[in-house]
Design a protein. Structure first.
Length: 94
């Protein structure tokens, strides 16, 4: 399974990288530190999964996730990190 890992937190990125790298049949094809890199790498590598940390610099994450969902690459997206429910509700309402 090919994975794009997108995280700005060094600790989280390292932990996920080590865990995924030790998992048979998982290949990390790219690591992104911004939403622009996330989109670019997903278009280039067409991964089965993207693991995305909240709070990435760049465009609002919800907009990026919608774009990725429409492009069907990756097929699965796992979002990790802290989410402020009030901010999320405001972003969804836009």
């Amino acid at each position: 399974m090919n994975v794009v890992l997108a995280a700005h937190s060094r600790e989280l990125k390292t932990a996920l990288y080590l865990a995924l790298n030790a998992t048979p049949d998982v290949t990390i094809v790219a690591t992104a530190v911004s939403t622009a890199e996330l989109v670019s790498y997903c278009q280039a590598f067409q991964p089965e999964v993207a693991i995305v940390e909240t709070g990435l610099p760049g465009r609002p994450l919800l907009n990026v996730l919608e774009d990725l969902q429409q492009s069907r690459a990756p097929r699965r997206i796992l979002v990790v990190g802290e989410v402020d429910a009030t901010s999320l509700a405001k972003e969804v309402a836009k």
